[in-house]
Design a protein around this ligand. Structure first.
Ligand code: SAJ
Length: 421
């Protein structure tokens, strides 16, 4: 890779995106200071350990720390480039930019002429320009970029992350990236940063287009999943196997239908479309409806579970429900905005049944389930199924692939992922 001239990079926010990004840059011979407000996270990383589950990230982090190329800290330090990768939650109908603003404020004192600041957090259009305005107010001695003007000595750009949890280290390097500078010079500086570790194309554009691009990608996927979820409900009504239907339809060269599930989770696809709806409420009819369709899917699944429980109770038993998976999607340890967890929480509130939860990525029950009577974490999915009257497949983790159909005989099965269909 070409020498970027960027010797030290400060990454603010060491979560699911910031940490892998910091580690990958450190593995390319750049000195990286990783910053996080959580002291345990900082201590853990400095011991060469990680606080998230992501294939191969543990070994790469340990190596980067051992080599002295990655150091975690509670506060930023002087660097040639600053990458901000902090959460942007969506509260009360709008994006909460508190973390972006505090991260921006935290780097202001360390900026010098020639530095680059890149925002990676998912953000509504206009956020990156807001960062430049905030920094200009905090550092009147520096010249921050202004759209349409060329005179600046600190460069600010937006470059959304687009990696898929579970494949982060591969996608960080291989994916194309969209880079939107406040000015073309800002884009060019940011391109040098990403050239350090990206093999994909670096696509330069305006800052607001780059911000909107991230929201568009996730909304596109949300709309696609809503289509699949709606089809699954239609097919159930019409007595058609939706999984077979989609498989067949996808043989058409221009059709690629996604998979139905228990709902859409994670803190990206279930959230980002709302940023667009908030920015243009009247115009975002399809995007809003897709959100509503996906948000309604857990209730639909719960109705089916309720009916199965009623059936088992009619047969005289106090039903035991085996719930397979709580994570927001297969093969990750992330339970944020998980429709499966939401479904399990509702079942736990019912006194008419017991629940056996099997989740390979949970060492203990999540807090929202642990205090509930009649809820048990059963590590071995086969045991949970053996003891249950009703089996609910919520997350098709790789480990559940070993479950054979014969284990399900005589049980009511609600398979939201089409594993056994
Ligand atoms: N899901 C379905 N059916 C499908 C695909 C997904 O029900 O056919 C569900 C999953 O079970 C999960 C949710 O959708 O609950 C989201 O999962 P995902 O794998 O589609 O996406 P994320 O949230 O893990 O990652 C997305 C990715 N965006 C796109 O694919 C457009 C990723 O590239 C982004 O970087 C990430 O959001 C992000 O950080 O924004």
């Amino acid at each position: 890779m070409r020498d970027s001239g960027l010797k030290t990079i400060c990454v603010v926010g060491l979560g699911y995106i910031g940490l892998p990004t910091a580690v990958v840059m450190a593995s390319r011979g750049v000195l990286v200071i990783g910053v996080d407000v959580c002291r345990e996270v900082v201590a853990k990383i400095n011991r060469g350990e990680i606080h998230i589950v992501e294939p191969d990230l543990d070994a790469l982090t340990a190596r980067a720390v051992q080599n002295g190329m990655l150091r975690a800290s509670g506060v930023p330090a002087a660097a040639d480039a600053f990458v901000i990768a902090v959460p942007t939650p969506f509260h009360g109908g709008k994006a909460d930019l508190t973390y972006v603003h505090s991260a921006t404020a935290s780097i202001a004192a360390f900026l010098k002429a020639g530095d680059l600041v890149v925002l990676e957090s998912t953000s509504p259009p206009g956020t990156t320009e807001g960062i430049a305005v905030q920094l200009a107010a905090l550092r009147p001695d520096l010249r921050l970029p202004v759209p349409g003007e060329t005179d600046c000595n600190v460069y600010v750009a937006y470059c959304p992350e687009r990696v898929l949890p579970g494949r982060v280290l591969v996608e960080l390097v291989e994916n194309d990236r969209v880079i939107g500078g406040i000015t073309p010079e800002c884009s060019a500086r940011a391109e040098e940063l990403y050239r350090i570790f990206c093999r994909g194309s670096l696509l330069k554009t305006g800052v607001r287009t780059a911000e909107m691009c991230k929201l568009t990608e996730n909304s596109f996927r949300d709309v696609g999943i809503a289509f699949a979820n709606e089809l699954s409900i239609i097919c159930e009504k019409l007595g058609i196997n939706v999984w077979e239907l989609i498989r067949l339809a996808n043989h058409h060269p221009r059709v690629n239908i996604l998979q139905p599930g228990p709902g859409v989770g994670g803190h990206c696809i279930a959230v980002d479309p709302w940023f667009i709806v908030a920015a243009a409420p009247e115009e975002s009819r399809l995007i809003r409806t897709a959100r509503e369709v996906n948000d309604a899917k857990p209730t639909y699944v719960l109705e089916k579970i309720k009916a199965a429980i009623a059936g088992a109770r009619a047969a005289g038993a106090k039903p035991k429900v085996a719930v397979l998976g709580l994570a927001f999607k297969p093969d990750v340890d992330d339970f944020r905005e998980s429709p499966s967890l939401q479904i399990a929480e509702t079942i736990a509130s019912w006194t008419c049944c017991e629940m056996l939860v099997s989740e390979p990525y949970a060492e203990a029950l999540p807090c929202s389930l642990s205090g509930q009577g009649g809820v048990l974490l059963v590590n071995n999915a086969h045991e949970a199924i053996r003891d249950a009257h009703i089996v609910v497949m919520l997350v098709n983790h790789r480990q559940f692939g070993e479950i054979s159909r014969s284990e399900l005989e005589g049980k009511a099965v609600i398979d939201t992922r089409g594993v056994w269909s």
